[in-house]
Design a protein. Structure first.
Length: 415
């Protein structure tokens, strides 16, 4: 197996790792170890972003009404080639949470119909499901488990839950599941994201299902109301498209006055990624570095990474490393300050995140999961093994500070 060190050289003669850091916009001295939460993008894409924003401001109506639809099409066409799906089946939205809400709020639920999801779902999406169950006849069905689990087990659990619901006379209307879980950061198999400005997400709806997605979020000019009084027939005031498009595509071309310049940067982002090696090289480097770097951190810390027996959970650029904190000791420290176990888990998590920023000029995503604390490490093209080794030393210092219990005093003061 090729190591991350051997993969450092890029296609254009440069190098992944710290040499590529100059292509990004980080403050001097800041070590970005949390690409998995918010991402970032290189200067080359920033320049393209600003050029579109300048064009927008130079002739607002001309750009929004006439130039933007054509540029948006170019971005979607570029994505359709990358993702190998028909252009009419994908549109662009601000983020994945928006896309999930669009789906759930467009579906019409009848009594007995369920939304199936897993216990590791992204928190905002679970709240969207909760809202739908409050406002419609929909019922929620959660598959409970704690990582590590095997992929085969998870697929079987999905099937078993569907059988259980149908056996009681119910129906699964829709299933919501992560491809990469947020906390802890593990893969449930999937393929990777791009370097585009926030916020930008692909919303892919096969042609056969597009009739279900009648409205954007928020509802805008592309919506076609049913001819029910008092609405009657309503027209779209925006200029007609320069090519034949479906109602689905037209609806998502304009949903309000927002800066959609990030969408238009997709071709530039794809070109930049190609210039440093292309998708396969980037994915291979990031996955290799995440696994090797996290194993090295665990070695330094005397802990372990979170994975299953077949190693599928770590086949992504995020890997979780256990912190060398004894839960019993931490709970006793918290108890002495009047905190229960749940409050202790949250207190150390929040305290450590702030300490990483304030004292070490970095950020690592920490969490309390399955009875212990973890740090989720994100690999990216501007990082290398030395960054993970440095991170391990920082984590070691933070954990030694945690053992003194200062976090408990601060947490109690906030309660």
């Amino acid at each position: 197996m090729t190591s991350a060190q051997e993969l450092l050289k890029t296609k254009n003669g440069g190098r992944f790792g710290r040499e590529l850091r100059k292509e990004f916009l980080f403050e001097d001295g800041y070590v970005n170890l949390n690409h998995g939460s918010f991402g970032t993008y290189p200067r080359a894409v920033r320049d393209v972003l600003r050029s579109f924003q300048d064009a927008h401001e130079a002739r607002p109506d001309d750009f929004i009404l006439y130039d933007y639809p054509k540029l948006n099409d170019e971005a979607r066409i570029a994505l359709s080639k990358l993702l190998n799906v028909p252009t009419p089946s994908l549109v662009l939205v601000q983020n994945a949470t928006t896309a999930i809400n669009i789906v759930l709020r467009n579906l019409i639920f009848s009594p007995g119909e369920h939304i199936l999801y897993t216990s590791t779902i992204y928190g905002a999406c679970e709240k969207a499901i909760a809202y739908i169950t409050e406002t419609t006849p929909a019922l929620a069905a959660k598959i409970e488990y704690t990582f590590p689990v095997e992929d085969d087990w998870l697929v079987a659990a999905f099937a078993a839950k569907i059988d259980e619901i149908e056996g009681k006379g119910g129906k699964v209307k829709v299933a919501v599941f992560d491809t990469v879980v947020s906390a802890p950061g593990v893969r449930l198999p999937f393929e990777r994201w791009l370097h585009v400005p926030r916020g930008c997400a692909v919303f892919h709806v096969p042609l056969r299902n597009q009739h279900l997605i009648r409205s954007t979020l928020p509802t805008s000019h592309g919506f076609q109301p049913k001819p029910i009084p008092p609405f009657g027939s309503q027209t779209n005031p925006l200029p007609p498209s320069n090519r034949e498009k479906s109602d689905f595509e037209i609806s998502f071309e304009f949903i309000g006055t927002v800066d959609t310049s990030p969408y238009l940067c997709i071709p530039a982002a794809i070109a930049w990624r190609e210039s440093i090696g292309g998708e396969d090289a980037i994915i291979t480097y990031c996955q290799t570095l995440a696994l090797e770097g996290s194993k090295r951190m665990a070695e330094i810390l005397g802990t372990e990474i979170l994975d299953n027996k077949t190693g599928t959970l770590t086949k992504c650029p995020m890997v979780n490393v256990a912190l060398p904190l004894d839960p019993k000791t931490m709970f006793e420290l918290g108890k002495s300050k009047g905190l229960d176990e749940q409050e202790v888990g949250t207190a150390i998590k929040n305290w450590s995140k702030r300490l990483f920023l304030d004292e070490y000029n970095t950020f690592m995503f920490t969490m309390f999961y399955a009875g212990r604390w973890w740090v989720r490490m994100s690999a990216q093209v501007y990082l290398e093994m030395a960054d993970f080794e440095w991170a391990a030393e920082v984590v070691k210092k933070v954990c030694k500070t945690a053992e003194k219990g200062g976090w408990a005093v601060k947490a109690k003061a906030r309660l």
